[in-house]
Design a protein around this ligand. Structure first.
Ligand SMILES: C[S@@+](CC[C@H](N)C(=O)[O-])C[C@H]1O[C@@H](n2cnc3c(N)ncnc32)[C@H](O)[C@@H]1O
Length: 286
């Protein structure tokens, strides 16, 4: 359970979404487990996560999401780096509900990988698990929030780690350099128009048969993707936020859209794992 090949029907699928920076009403998940009767929130053991998490129907989820968007309509958008700095004190505790996803993510990295690039590494929660398995794996981590990187460096001063405090849309990934490029819970803050070029650059930066492993928030349906995109664009416009300023607001894509972008960049989708985060394992073709 919790694992399917790309191409399997995901109609009616409700992806896992645990605690992102949203209220309790939106803390939910389900790994392709079907809908709860009448849209009530119920508890369910997913098997994959080996933890009891809440699931609800996509209808209820969308209703709660719309309500949450109305409730937060007047909250100003926060600049990305400032957002994470402000929450640094309890960031890792907040993300601890994702423990099993971090484990699954680390296990999805092929053992032969020796050199990896982590986009949006933050305080290194995925790296905690990766280095537990293989302490010699060489990692370059890119993050635009210096405070998140400092915390990572304090935890892992003894590891083969290079910290790059930069925007990953600007950083030069190089060519044919990495066994794997990874990213956990960072790319859902960006529009597909931006990700398209990024995925192509990731592809070129990988060694032959290298992997891009993406763990992220996936929209449960096109309606969620479109709604969040519209609200995001409206709020940016309303607050006259300059185009080059990144703000913290979730704009996830559906799995179909995300994998289409990856396919357009040349990737072959090897596997998709559904847990509290969706993990997409994409391989650079021959
Ligand atoms: C939700 S955190 C995830 C951090 C880490 N991967 C984890 O799972 O704990 C998202 C991270 O992405 C970083 N980030 C967002 N946009 C970025 C960009 N354009 N370039 C570099 N880092 C970025 C943020 O600063 C933040 O540390």
């Amino acid at each position: 359970m919790g694992q399917h090949s790309f191409g399997e029907c995901r109609e009616g699928h409700i992806p896992c979404r645990l605690q992102r920076y949203k209220p309790d009403a939106l803390l939910l998940a389900a790994g392709g487990l079907g809908k709860s009767e009448g849209g009530d929130i119920i508890e369910h053991d997913t098997g994959f996560c080996d933890q009891t998490i809440m699931i609800q129907s996509s209808e209820t989820y969308m209703r709660n999401l719309r309500q949450w968007l109305r409730d937060t309509a007047d909250s100003p958008l926060e600049e990305m780096s400032a957002f994470f700095t402000k929450r640094l004190h309890d960031y890792e505790e907040h993300m601890s509900v994702w423990e099993e996803s971090y484990r699954a993510f680390s296990e999805s990295i092929p053992s032969k990988c020796q050199r990896i690039l982590d986009l949006g590494c933050g305080t290194g929660l995925e790296l905690d698990k990766i280095w537990q398995k293989n302490p010699d794996i060489e990692v370059t981590g890119v993050d635009l929030c210096a405070d998140m990187l400092d915390k990572l460096l304090a935890k892992h001063h003894d590891k083969p780690f290079t910290a790059i405090c930069q925007d990953y849309f600007q950083y030069d990934f190089g060519h044919g350099k990495w066994d794997a490029v990874i990213s956990f819970e960072s790319l859902h803050h960006f529009l597909p128009e931006r990700k398209k070029e990024l995925y192509r650059r990731i592809y070129c930066s990988l060694k032959e048969n290298g992997f891009f492993i993406l763990g992220d928030y996936i929209a449960c349906c096109s309606e969620e993707e479109e709604l969040l995109r519209d609200v995001y664009l409206d709020r940016r416009k309303h607050s006259a936020i300059p185009e080059n300023c990144y703000v913290h607001f979730d704009i996830p894509l559906t799995l179909e859209h995300e994998t289409e972008l990856l396919g357009d960049a040349g990737f072959i989708i090897e596997k998709v794992l559904d847990g509290s985060a969706t993990i997409i394992i994409a391989r650079k073709g021959d």
